[in-house]
Ligand binder design. Sequence first.
Ligand SMILES: NC(=O)C1=CN([C@@H]2O[C@H](COP(=O)(O)OP(=O)(O)OC[C@H]3O[C@@H](n4cnc5c(N)ncnc54)[C@H](OP(=O)(O)O)[C@@H]3O)[C@@H](O)[C@H]2O)[C@@H](O)CC1
Ligand SMILES: Nc1ncnc2c1ncn2[C@@H]1O[C@H](COP(=O)(O)OP(=O)(O)O)[C@@H](O)[C@H]1O
Length: 284
Amino acid sequence: MTIQTITRDSLPDLGKALGHKFDAGHALVLSGGPGRTGAARMAARGALRVGAGLVTLGVPPAAQLEVATQVTAIMLRRAGDGAGLRALLEDDRLNALCAGPGLGLDDDAAQKVRVVVQSGRACVLDGDALTLIARDNSLMDALHAGCVLTPHGGEFARLFPGIADDLGADPAVEAKAEATRAAAARSGAVVLFKGPETLIAHPDGRSALHAATGERAVPWMATAGAGDVLAGIITGLLARGFDPIEAAKAATWLHVSCALHFGPGLIAEDLPETLPAVLRELGP
Ligand SMILES: NC(=O)C1=CN([C@@H]2O[C@H](COP(=O)(O)OP(=O)(O)OC[C@H]3O[C@@H](n4cnc5c(N)ncnc54)[C@H](OP(=O)(O)O)[C@@H]3O)[C@@H](O)[C@H]2O)[C@@H](O)CC1
Ligand SMILES: Nc1ncnc2c1ncn2[C@@H]1O[C@H](COP(=O)(O)OP(=O)(O)O)[C@@H](O)[C@H]1O
C-alpha cells in the first residue's frame, strides 16, 4: 500500500477566499475545569490563527472567570455537561468541534465527548477524550469518518491494545504506518498517530507520512502542549471546510513548520503565534 509523503507541494491551497467570517466556519473547543484550561485555550488559539472565522471555548461554569480573563478574540460560552453542550450545538454554524485537551476524565467530560461524536459534526478528539473513548466501547463504536483522532504513543496503546501490542517502544515507520491504517479501519475515523514521524490514515485506506527528521527535525517540539495546539490547528481547518484527512495532513505540516521557523526555545504558546509567518511564506 502506498503512503503519501506530506510536503509543501502536497498541501491544498490554504489561502482564504473572499467572504465574511461565517464563511470561514465557527470552531468550538471544549475546555476543562478550573486550573486545567490552558490546553484548550492553546488549541483555540491555533484554530483562530489558522483561519477559522470564529472560535468559541465551551467552558464549565466554574472555569468561566479563569478563561474570561485570558481570552479576547476567542469567545466564551458555558458548556458544563452533555445537556449544556447539546444546547450550544443547536447553533448549527458551529461546524467543527475539538474535545480532549485538558478536558478531564469525569462523567461530565465523558458525556460531552459522547455529544460531540453523536453530533455527526467534524471533530478532533485528542488527549483526555481519547482516554475516555478507550474506556468505553460505545464511544468507540459511535466514531465516524468526520472524526480525527490524534493519539500520542501512550494514547494509541490505550485505544488500540490489540494493534499496539505488535508495535514495541520504538517502531519502524512501516510498522507504525500499518498500525495507523489498522486503527483507522477499526475505529472508522481518521487517525493521526503523533511523533517525530507522524502517520495519518483514513478508514478507506488512504495514508500519509510526515517525517520531522533531517532538515525538518524539530527536537524542541517535545514540549508540553504542542499536541494541544496541533489539535486546534486541525479543528480550525475543519471549520474552514477542509476534508478531515486533508486538514490532518496540512495541520501536521504547518505545525512542524512553525517549530522549524521558531527554533530552539519554543514553547507551545509560540506555535499559534508563528502560524502567520508560515502562512505568509505559503503565499496568499
Ligand atoms: N498546558 C497544559 O494545559 C497541558 C495540558 N495537557 C493535557 O493533559 C492531559 C493529559 O495528557 P498527557 O499526555 O500528559 O497524559 P496521559 O494521557 O496520562 O498520557 C501520558 C502517558 O502516556 C505514555 N506515553 C507513551 N508514549 C507517549 C508519547 N509518545 N507521548 C506522551 N506520552 C506517552 C507515558 O507513559 P511513559 O512512556 O512515561 O511510560 C505517559 O505516562 C490531556 O488532556 C492534555 O491535553 C498536556 O497536553 C500538557 C500541557
Ligand atoms: N521530537 C519530536 N519531533 C517532532 N515532533 C515532535 C517531537 N516530540 C513531540 N512532537 C510533536 O509534538 C506533539 C506532542 O503532542 P502530545 O504528545 O500530545 O503532547 P501534549 O499532550 O503535551 O500536547 C505532537 O504533535 C508530536 O508529533
